[in-house]
Ligand binder design. Sequence first.
Ligand SMILES: O=C(O)C(=O)C[C@]1(C(=O)O)C=C[C@@H](O)C=C1
Length: 409
Amino acid sequence: MARRTTKAPATKQAGAKPTVACAGKKPRPPASQAASSAASARKRTVAAKQPKPDLADVRAQIDGIDREIQALIAERALWAHQVGKAKGKLAAAIDYYRPEREAQVLRRVVDRNEGPLQDEVLVRLFREIMSACLAQQEPLKIGYLGPEGTFSQQAVHKHFGHSAKGLPLASVEEVFDEVAAGHADFGVVPVENSGQGTIQSTLDLFLTSPLTICGEVELRVHQYLLSRTGHLGDIERVYSHGLSLAQCKHWLRENLPGVHKEAVSSNAEGARRARLSDDAAAIAGENAAHVYGMKIVAGPIEDRSDNTTRFLVIGRALFPPSGHDRTSLMVFIRDQPGALYKILEPLARRNISMNRIESRPAHGKLWQYAFFIDVAGHVDESPLKDALSEIDDFAGDVRVLGSYPVAVP
Ligand SMILES: O=C(O)C(=O)C[C@]1(C(=O)O)C=C[C@@H](O)C=C1
């Protein structure tokens, strides 16, 4: 594997030992180089291992690896800090954030992965490292549908890591408002569920909002029935977000027929209410059980085992291409024959694939519609760039909501 030859900046950490440029001393190889050769040597050793290795030996190996990992993480953090300096003195944390760069780093992690850990696990670890590196400048502030324990909060952690500061808000609309007002750097909002389809109330907020889409997150959603007592027989009411109730409709019909179901603003809000009485339950994520001290009565209870929600990252800027991007457009078409065809034809002619087209009543324009269209590619790159300039010539109004990296697993 090719490694850097330049020296890492000096570190103050005593435990970790990134390369230090000391006058008059022979420079040591960067920790990364040493680790690289040590790692390949070790791989061979592991492959030749005895069926029953000595536990103390194995632990000694692990301790050595941990030391190297720690030194490398510290070295990486120093380099990331240098990147920050290279970007110049910027006003806020948000100015250092580069979603396209993060997506590239994570895709390389997936490409390099030869196991035994799954892609998702490695991506999660590297996300956390980047999140911590970025937070050296100042943590990003991310608005989401609260309270704590929602799937939106999980999506925030998945995309921005745990070093970002989550800002729980009362509604998706409030997430848009707080990002627009600059009180949050970004927001994470649910837009689509694999079983339930588009969350139109979220899409409609783009009709009047100036915000852009800066990213997407896909989250496998596992629903649990939570209650204070943990007994199914005690339950007379179930609280949850309407979408979660819908995702568990079949299970509820089979297991809690005749029990009152009440839709509330979020799953975690349902858990917060259900913890107040013994005869109430909530459908929410496992996280909510920990946050609100509830017992898991049953789960996972979603009707479809592939239940996945797609979230959008909303912000105030457009970012450069990452090499594998998606673009969301909002198009208001003129009321004329073949208008929709004229929008789609320039895309089809250039072989640009379209993942979604959705029409919603346009705001303040009776019987007129806005089309939400998701296509492959980035607006700054051909062929999408050319298609858009053609579409622009005859469409009523085309707004690029965002060009952003396709979700990394
Ligand atoms: O490469 C950059 O621009 C960095 O700031 C470094 C880094 C990273 O840790 O890799 C950190 C934050 C950015 O969002 C992207 C990448």
